[in-house]
Design a protein around this ligand. Structure first.
Ligand SMILES: [Zn+2]
Length: 167
């Protein structure tokens, strides 16, 4: 059995030491880090993050059977080949469903509540992606609303993707 892990107690929103903006996000303990490790020595999916850094959302497609994967894979779940191609995905999509995080946000996001999360159907690709939705308060979001994907600078050298409403 693994030894117990000591984790600092989360501070309430607004408390000293908890930074409110992503650019100055306080470093979180590794086990509670919401975002994945992204470099080539940390993950075989580093190309996804390299492309994201360039503002490109991408994924893998099997070079044998053409299956488009989400999330990106290191091997095709259908035929198990590791011969995969990286393909860019459409930037636009529409909200399929959404909800709001009002409490219980992941460590480091305590001061960002309320925020919206949701499922987005990409335009022209058979993929439904989960992610944060920015641009409008969650009370002003609606099913079918158009969004665009954007690269999000986590503030510690890593990037992730988010969606933003289109006016
Ligand atoms: Zn395959």
């Amino acid at each position: 059995m693994a030894p117990p892990v000591s984790v600092p107690e989360a501070k309430p929103a607004g408390a000293p030491g908890v930074e409110g903006t992503p650019k100055t996000r306080a470093k979180t303990p590794f086990l509670l880090d919401f975002f994945p490790l992204e470099t080539a020595d940390q993950t075989r999916l580093y190309r996804f993050y390299e492309r994201l850094r360039e503002g490109r959302l991408s994924t893998t497609r099997c070079s044998h059977d053409g299956e488009l994967h989400w999330p990106p894979r290191t091997a095709c779940p259908t035929c198990h080949t590791e011969e995969l191609d990286w393909v860019d995905l459409p930037e636009g999509g529409h909200i399929y469903a959404f909800s709001a995080v009002l409490a219980g946000a992941p460590l480091g996001m305590e001061t960002e509540v309320p925020f919206a999360v949701g499922l987005v159907d990409l335009d022209g690709a058979p993929l439904r992606l989960f992610g944060r939705i920015e641009g409008r308060p969650w009370t002003e979001l609606g099913i079918g609303q158009p969004v665009r994907v954007e690269a999000y600078d986590i503030g510690d050298g890593r990037f992730f993707y988010r969606f933003r409403t289109v006016d």
